[in-house]
Write a protein that binds this ligand. Structure first.
Ligand SMILES: NC(=O)c1ccc[n+]([C@@H]2O[C@H](COP(=O)([O-])OP(=O)(O)OC[C@H]3O[C@@H](n4cnc5c(N)ncnc54)[C@H](OP(=O)(O)O)[C@@H]3O)[C@@H](O)[C@H]2O)c1
Length: 296
């Protein structure tokens, strides 16, 4: 008899379909449900049971994995299966804010279920390999119970009992990623304005960014300790360099919308007397001091 935990996957888009496939391959009895029924066909052929509605999917398995577009979709879908949630563990892999994770955790707990939040830092193609990284937070007992099951998704790390932690890590990592993409798009426009192709500039930029990324742990240490003494690249020198980049762009018809706010923050740091300090001190200008802290 199959002693592996039974798993239901609700939401069979690009990620959800792959999640279900990894559990099937590992030998779990998998039940699936999707709003548009045709998306379940391939999984049925692969051995999954197709549930007629969310309530049937929740009833079928001890571990209920939601992989839907967003938080409202999860609330809508699970709202139709409220009666069956008692004794189940819900693992939500849909993206959302820390506040949405906390709200969902409280709601699932009210229904008698246990809640885990998972933030997948991977594309579906890598799911199940060590390259695919999933940060999980929430009910500690549930995480321990399903740790081996979750390992089927790749590299899984438990962030802590606060359900919102997985999302807090996720949004911080993705903020870094989008900052990099935004800088890249700015770079492409600036290069093109001087007749340099995207391919040409990217050939230089990729190794340059890899080198720049190597300094991030140093900056992180400075920011964590709030100690910004430096003998290398200080705020004064970076402020002057960034001003020149913006001037070059404006002279070539390239928007300064992206980097002008960063220059304003460097200006403020220099005006406040920190020009000799590390560039990382600019993080102080991003700390507004308002809002909730997930982990004290
Ligand atoms: N793809 C990735 O690389 C990746 C990586 C990390 C995290 N994520 C997160 O994982 C989640 C799913 O991503 P995905 O790439 O699988 O998206 P997707 O391919 O667009 O699939 C979205 C899924 O949500 C369902 N859905 C949307 N609104 C619904 C509603 N109101 N009621 C019921 N079902 C609804 C869709 O059902 P229908 O088929 O009926 O439209 C579909 O199953 C997102 O939150 C995404 O941010 C994705």
């Amino acid at each position: 008899m199959n002693s592996l935990p039974t798993v239901s996957v609700l939401g069979l888009g690009n990620l959800g379909r792959t999640v279900a496939e990894r559990f099937l391959e590992a030998g779990h009895r998998v039940t699936v449900w999707n709003r548009s029924a045709h998306r379940a066909e391939r999984l049925r052929v692969g051995g999954a049971v197709v549930a007629a509605d969310p309530a049937a999917a929740v009833a079928a398995s001890e571990l209920v994995v939601t992989v839907l577009l967003d938080h409202p979709a999860v609330r809508e879908v699970l709202g139709g299966a409220t009666a069956g949630l008692a004794g189940r563990t819900v693992l939500n892999l849909s993206s959302g804010t820390p506040e949405q994770a906390a709200e969902l955790a409280a709601w699932v707990t009210d229904q008698g279920g246990a809640f885990l939040a998972g933030a997948v830092l991977a594309v579906p193609q890598t799911l199940g390999t060590s390259e695919a990284f999933t940060q999980v937070s929430g009910d500690t007992v549930a995480f321990e119970r399903y740790r081996a099951t979750l390992d089927r998704l790749g590299t899984v790390r438990y962030a802590g009992a606060a359900p919102e932690l997985a999302s807090a890590y996720d949004v911080a990592v993705l903020a870094g990623m989008y900052g990099m993409f935004a800088g890249f798009f700015q770079s492409l426009a600036l290069a093109e304005a001087s007749g340099i192709t995207g391919a040409e500039i990217t050939e230089l930029l990729v190794p340059w960014l890899a080198g720049a990324a190597a300094v991030l742990p140093l900056f992180a240490g400075e920011a964590d300790a709030r100690e910004y003494a430096t003998e290398t690249s200080n705020l004064d020198i970076n402020r002057a360099g960034l001003a020149a980049i913006l001037d070059s762009g404006r002279a070539r018809g390239v928007s300064d919308d992206l980097l002008a706010p960063l220059l304003a923050r460097l200006d403020q740091q220099v005006t406040d007397g920190h020009g000799e300090k590390s560039l990382s001190r600019v993080v102080e200008s991003f700390r507004t001091g308002t809002g909730e802290t997930v982990r004290a």
